[in-house]
Design a protein around this ligand. Structure first.
Ligand code: ZN
Length: 291
């Protein structure tokens, strides 16, 4: 039996280790494969992270103010070259523009139907949401935001006219609603509609975003009639119209969808409030009252 010297054993082991290391590096750790693996892992983690940050649906009866959600994602702030109010004017369609606005929501039953109909038509709008409803139905806010709609605010609870509040209560109504939306979408709202349209210059001056009223009033809350809502919109809409509706009535949704189909045929395009002011290159500043 041939017995190798200790020196030979060491040499043999060195060769075996070297060859093994060569195969490991050659087969498993080439730069391309490593990068590919790392990329896949990062994407998987990002996807997982996004899913875990989606808020759970909130029950209708729940009004727990502590169930605020994290921003959905931090990767949505793409840089654009020609922006105003974070709007890429390249994306704003040509032709006459209309801004549809919906107050008092979100509604658990009505808003999702509206979102689905708008999505089918590729139409965007602006939602002036109430803080106390946004925190209950954060999933609907996130859905609307994801569809490209502008999420603006209508105060926290619609209980008071802004003009009747002292400074502290006024800012609480505005900032609490803005905080709730920002916690859901990751984006601070850029416009507020005072409840009942009650605003004056002195009050607006205390608010750090523009106050947006309307120039076409459907009075949808009074008629609760889809045909009347549609007729009023079609008869009064023109380039630059800001139309007030409420996504708390099914009749408003039915009416506005009829109007959208008719006005689209006539060449109108639908934009958010921020897009409308950016497209028209009009002044739109905190402390102001518009239109
Ligand atoms: Zn309202």
């Amino acid at each position: 039996m041939h017995i190798q010297s200790p020196k030979n054993v060491i040499v043999m082991l060195s060769i075996i280790i070297s060859v093994a290391a060569f195969f490991v590096i050659g087969n498993h750790l080439t730069g391309q494969q490593f990068l590919s693996y790392a990329q896949t892992k990062v994407e998987a983690e990002a996807a997982n992270d996004f899913e875990t940050k989606q808020p759970e649906p909130v029950a209708e009866a729940s009004s727990n103010a502590d169930t605020k959600t994290e921003p959905a994602t931090e990767t949505e702030t793409e840089e654009t070259t020609d922006t105003k109010n974070n709007i890429d004017s390249e994306q704003i369609p040509d032709g006459p523009l209309i801004a549809l606005t919906f107050d008092d929501g979100p509604s658990k039953t009505v808003t999702p139907v509206l979102l689905e109909e708008l999505r089918k038509r590729g139409v965007v709008a602006t939602f002036f949401v109430l803080g106390n409803r946004a925190e209950r139905f954060s999933d609907i806010i996130l859905e609307a935001y994801g569809d490209g709609h502008q999420i603006a605010i209508h105060g926290y609870d619609h209980k008071y006219k802004f003009t009747a509040l002292n400074d502290k209560d006024l800012l609480w109504q505005v900032n609490t609603a803005a905080d709730i939306v920002e916690n859901i979408t990751g984006e601070r709202p850029t416009a507020v509609r005072p409840p009942y349209g009650a605003i004056d210059a002195a009050t607006a001056d205390k608010i750090d975003m523009p106050c947006v009223l309307w120039n076409v009033d459907t009075r949808d809350w009074a008629s609760r009639n889809a045909d009347k809502v549609a007729e009023h919109i079609v008869n009064n809409a023109e380039d630059g119209s800001i139309i007030i509706l409420h996504d708390t009535f099914s009749s408003s949704v039915e009416g506005v969808i009829k109007a959208i189909d008719i006005l689209s045929e006539q060449g109108y395009n639908f934009v958010t409030i921020d897009q409308l002011y950016a497209a028209k290159d009009l002044q739109f500043e905190a402390g102001g009252i518009y239109p």
